[in-house]
Design a protein around this ligand. Structure first.
Ligand code: A2P
Length: 398
């Protein structure tokens, strides 16, 4: 913790329990084990945290970016007991305020570095619009109304839904690639309200229907999934509580000349649909182009199979790949089969890569890109780091 000298106020790193969705990404990212959790909260150990900032850019909600200047640090026990963050205490002395200013400058520098993606962390495309984040929180969620709930798949054991939410006049600005939280009703075994679950928005910024204040989600019914079953069973007209929006890096470049290489499986197609619709409504076929590798079990379990067939090829070059229909094929197999096309994209500084879907595909896709990049004399890790630094490489897997 910086400023940990004698008689100095301390700047303590904390997590906002009202906004945190308990995804534990920060805990997994922290290189020194300073973050831990119990059944209630995710907390930062003041004795370990060295404010390295590695956890800041990976948090999908921004709840990680909380700081208090304290005379004595809040203990782990204090933090586990919180339902909301305490206000900044008034330290009140000249010494404290001098210390505060010095610490603020120090922290501002560290935070600026973290937000710029130091150490190769995710960055937004340079030409992306600036996203709104956390407009609605667990404490103050928005209430949306279900405008439509449509089944997207014909496979009986694989229920994926297109859910349209009407925001009914509420200001809820979103960008393609962002997510929202959905709060399932009821309480857990300890009687506490359920926490929100994150879902990618699958519609563009101006609405599922242009100029309507609505948005859509692509939700797969998971066996025993509390929130996915709740959403998939919602009837038209039902109200639900939502939070967000979240996500500040997996965004569409505003530059119409940018070329997009989109690699997804299953419901990972949601942001790709939003990107495609945005381009269709704004630049159409005159954009830099979009190439998609989309993996599903079979045509009947590929979300948006019908609508995709109507998207013009000059806007979206589609490679639909099936693992349980004919010869088993994964996205990485098709990427390798289309190596000339992919190599052409990899060497172009206007190319942005988006990977979204099953965590398991990441290794296979990386391997395929390593193979192709290597074969054209561009070692993949270097190329990937350059792309990430420039906000041109984006991964969201689960
Ligand atoms: P499979 O499950 O047949 O092995 P969905 O989420 O709709 O089930 O779609 C996910 C798709 O991703 C399926 O076709 C699934 O294939 C495939 N998949 C599973 N594991 C991997 C992996 N390691 N790499 C790429 N694709 C994968």
């Amino acid at each position: 913790m910086p400023g940990n000298g004698m008689n100095m106020p301390l700047k303590q790193h904390l997590i906002d329990p009202e906004i945190c969705i308990r995804c534990y990404t920060c805990e997994m990212t922290c290189p020194i084990g300073a973050i831990e959790h119990d059944d209630t909260n995710v907390v930062v150990n003041p004795d370990i945290c060295n404010s390295c900032m590695d956890c800041i850019p990976v948090c999908p909600t921004g709840s990680i970016d909380e700081w208090r200047v304290v005379a004595k640090p809040y203990s782990l026990e204090d933090q586990y007991g919180w339902e909301e963050l305490p206000d900044q205490e008034d330290l009140g002395t000249d010494e404290a305020s001098t210390g505060l200013e010095a610490l603020d400058a120090e922290m501002a520098a560290l935070l600026a570095e973290a937000h710029q993606g130091a150490g190769g962390k995710a960055r937004a495309p340079a030409s992306a619009a600036k996203p709104a984040i956390n407009t609605y929180t667990i404490g103050k969620p928005a209430v949306a109304r279900v405008q439509g709930n449509y089944r997207l798949t014909d496979d009986p054991g694989h229920d994926v839904r297109h859910i349209i939410l009407d925001l009914e006049g509420l200001p809820f600005a979103v960008l393609e690639g962002q997510s929202i939280g959905v709060i399932p009703p009821g309480t857990d075994a300890q009687g506490r309200p359920h926490l929100p679950r994150l879902y990618s928005i699958s519609s563009p910024r101006d609405g599922e229907r242009a100029q309507y204040n609505n948005l859509s989600l692509t939700v797969k019914r998971e066996e025993n999934g509390l929130c996915s079953n709740y959403i998939c069973d919602l009837e038209k007209g039902a109200e639900l509580r939502i939070t967000g929006p979240f996500g500040a890096t997996f965004l569409l470049p505003g530059d119409p000349e940018a070329r997009l290489l989109m690699i997804c499986t299953g419901t990972g197609a949601a942001p790709m649909r939003a990107f495609t619709m945005r381009r269709q409504r704004t630049v159409g076929g005159k954009s830099g182009g979009m190439t998609m590798f989309f993996g599903a079990r079979a045509p009947e379990s590929l979300p948006y199979f019908g609508p995709l067939s109507k998207v013009p090829r000059e806007l979206l070059d589609q490679h639909l790949v099936y693992s349980r229909h004919g010869k088993k094929e994964y996205v990485q197999d098709r990427i390798l089969a289309e190596r000339a096309k992919v190599a052409d994209l990899l060497v172009d500084p206007k190319t942005h890569i988006y990977i979204c879907g099953l965590r398991g595909m990441e290794a296979g896709v990386e391997q395929a890109l390593t193979d192709i990049a290597g074969s054209i004399g561009q070692p993949w890790t270097g190329l990937r780091d350059t792309m990430r630094e420039a906000g041109r490489y984006h991964v969201e897997t689960y």
